[in-house]
Write a protein that binds this ligand. Structure first.
Ligand code: CTP
Length: 396
């Protein structure tokens, strides 16, 4: 998504300026070309050399003193930009942009660019909550600027409140979302499920499985980055909430069933990557079960087959984790659950499937076409699945 994209990163004079170095680093590691513009206040906090070393590219600090690569006009940076990101954005730069003031290189670049602009404000809570700052931010949002954060927490002043620089991962998520706005899933509504459901035995114990949720979260983020409006229905996982995605948390298979049923009217695709428990304890006990000499037998009952029972005019994608007869079992699930696509993986392959960062999958469609992919990072598997979803949607 970010490969070879030109990101103009504006750094302004906030104590959070050092965090922009991490942002620049992560963008560079994803092969973005990061051109940093620092205001003179920012230079008081972090040296331009830091950004020069991290990005491997010239850093612009003063108007009319441009590095040769950017030619002599300030507009050249603005024209080359795929996106402009001001992180951290102080109350001062927000006020200047809202007023259309162009007295430094960063303001000039923002005025001269046609690229989308993302702001990550960072400042004292009182400055942020001040009606002047809020008015300025609403004005900028109305003009199409995208704002990420700030978040609540401890501030440089020692106070607690709204004003902290957003997480770097959320800023990158927002950049990807903005860059993908007119992707091949633009205007599409997609529901993705993720994680392993938990079926209570008593107040402290449950039956679950080894699903980490990574495949479902990767699908939700990849769909977001292709322009889709995504709802992620997730069983408990250790993963953080993907920015720009509506997240619904559930525990049991029954809760996931209710959440899916309640969110599929007018969707374009349902992708069930969750590992839904097939059985739950027939009666969950209200008190903790005590150890006894005799063994313990749990009576289990079937849960609802979510994918097999929901109906609607949308593309239905299922997953099948198999330990034997991969193709045959996957084809049977595709048929019985009336799916458009099934993504099957062999759980005996090392480095693939539950908990891993990669997956080796075989995708089968309704016409019986089969696509066996090599072991790939889950983000790439997500894009391969979405390529097929987008193709099916373009025909409908
Ligand atoms: N699934 C579902 N509801 C369930 C169980 C599974 O919606 N109660 C979905 C899964 O999210 C997945 C697909 O159905 O997309 C296949 O899941 P899997 O557990 O492999 O299928 P089962 O039909 O339960 O078959 P198995 O006997 O292999 O467990």
């Amino acid at each position: 998504m970010l490969s070879n994209k030109i990101v103009v990163l504006g750094v302004t004079g906030s104590i959070a300026a050092y965090k922009a170095a991490e942002l620049a680093s992560q963008l560079t590691q994803r092969d973005a070309k990061v051109n940093v513009i620092m205001t003179k206040e920012a230079i008081q906090f972090v040296s331009p050399i830091t950004f020069r070393a991290i990005t491997g590219r010239p850093v612009v600090t003063e108007m009319f003193e441009l590095a040769s690569e950017f030619s002599i006009e300030h507009v050249s940076l603005a024209e080359a930009a795929g996106i402009v990101v001001i992180a951290p954005a102080t109350a001062n730069i927000i006020a200047k942009l809202a007023a259309g003031i162009a007295d430094d290189m960063l303001c000039c670049t923002v005025l001269a660019t046609k690229a989308p602009v993302v702001l990550a404000p960072a400042m004292d809570v009182n400055m942020y909550e001040n009606v002047i700052t809020q008015d300025n931010l609403s004005k900028l949002k109305d003009r199409g600027f995208v704002v990420v954060g700030p978040v609540s927490g401890r501030l440089a002043s020692g106070k607690k409140g709204l004003g902290r620089f957003a997480d770097v991962s959320d800023i990158i998520g927002t950049i990807c979302q903005v860059l993908g706005r007119s992707g091949d899933l633009a205007q599409r509504r997609i529901v993705v499920t993720a994680g392993g459901t938990q079926e209570p035995i008593d107040p402290v114990r449950y039956i679950s499985n080894r699903s980490s949720g990574k495949m479902g979260y990767a699908l939700a983020e990849a769909a977001r980055d292709r322009g889709a409006k995504v709802t992620l229905i997730t069983a408990p996982t250790l993963l953080s909430h993907p920015v720009g995605v509506e997240v619904i948390h559930v525990g049991t298979a029954q809760e996931m069933y209710q959440a899916v049923k309640g969110n599929i009217s007018q969707i374009d695709a349902l992708i069930m990557a969750a590992a839904v428990a097939d059985y739950r304890p027939a009666k969950a006990v209200g008190e903790k079960i005590k150890k006894r000499e005799a063994g313990l037998t749990l009576e289990l009952e079937l849960t609802e087959d979510i994918l097999g029972s929901v109906k609607g005019d949308f593309v239905k994608v299922g997953f099948a984790a198999e330990s034997s007869n991969l193709e045959e079992n996957a084809r049977q699930k595709l048929r019985e659950k009336k799916l458009d696509l099934i993504v099957a993986n062999d759980i005996t392959v090392t480095g693939s499937g539950f908990g891993a960062d990669s997956n080796q999958v075989t995708i089968i469609d309704r016409e019986g076409r089969i696509d066996s992919l090599p072991l790939l990072p889950k983000q790439e598997v997500a894009d391969k699945v979405l390529d097929k979803v987008a193709k099916l949607l373009s025909k409908s």
